[in-house]
Design a protein around this ligand. Sequence first.
Ligand code: PLP
Length: 387
Amino acid sequence: MDAWSQDIHICLHSGEDAERYEGASVPPIFENTHFVFPTFEEFVQAHRNESERYVYWRGTNPTVQIVERKLAMLERGERCKCFASGIGAMAAALLSCVQNGDHVIGVGHLYEETKKLLAYIERFGVTHSITRTTNVDEIERTIQPGTKVIVMESPTSLTFELVDLRRVAELAKSRRVTTIVDNTWATPLLQKPLELGIDIVVHSASKYMGGHSDFLGGAVIGGEAFIRKLFDHEYLLLGAALAPLEARMLLRGLRTLPVRLQAHRDGGMKVAQFLEDHPAVAVVRYPGLHSHPQYELGLQQMRWTTGLLGFELKEASYESVKKVLNRLKVFRIGFSWGSYESLAMSPNYGDNAAQLAAEGIGQGLIRISVGLEPVEELLEDLNQALQ
Ligand SMILES: *Cc1c(COP(=O)(O)O)cnc(C)c1O
């Protein structure tokens, strides 16, 4: 079976164990705060091994565990722990790797809250540097004696630059630095960082994996020993447990993820090509286009692309960005992405020009998430908005 067929099988069936649940074709939602034990000795034994046993909701839950098994399999990792949000997962993963005096490298453009998290942990004596580009030589030059972790996204948030994950993994290993990849954009179906040598994968499952604008969740996937340690500390202590009902929603999202991703890619490609030819557009940031500077790298490390992309208006100003966004009728203005509905936004809020310039983000940047509407409608909508 090829990897794609294997992934479809995992999304549809693997890890569900229907016999355990009276043959139910869809696993039940275990909405119980705790589990009870016939004897106190058995209770003590279970509590001492909480990452393996069902004891209390904030720890291990059978419904959540099914999703965790699937995500670990999809990433080809040993083990997964689910969280109440993507940022909950990132905070736990990051905190599990650092202590007072350590240094962290963030690569290029990170998700806004991940950047804020790096700034936040400075109060605990953990410093960080953010590289300007995703260039491996620049990352190497940024490594200090105290560097413990490299955090990255590929493609990067907003600018859609790729990181050469295999090369960064090799570099990090040679320097005994842990690598964390936020794989939200690609999902485990389109990119498998662990297979490229990365240590830890983090997801916001609130985007493509959930897929329906009605779910928030996250996940961390890594080695057995790492996840066990994460469970005992950052998972149990920070308390960002994924709820069982949410786990079932994620399970449902995963069923259709392979077909949805194909549709998002088809739409994304068409929209990107249309924008690239449009006279009002300066540049399209989408790794699926031949014009993307790292198109070849994308072919090597990603199965294909998705429906989230950026483009920059030639008239790079808040006024033009606002005008285009307000003219859109099918694309709605919203913060999230990866859902059935097409969404648009811009990081240009009209009062942050200096910050955008410092971060190397164009004033005319618009980010769009291509949903599942008929693509002709989307092209027409963009066309009239860009007039
Ligand atoms: C949305 C997002 C997150 C945060 O996930 P939440 O589920 O919203 O907490 C992290 N990283 C990336 C790349 C995201 O898009």
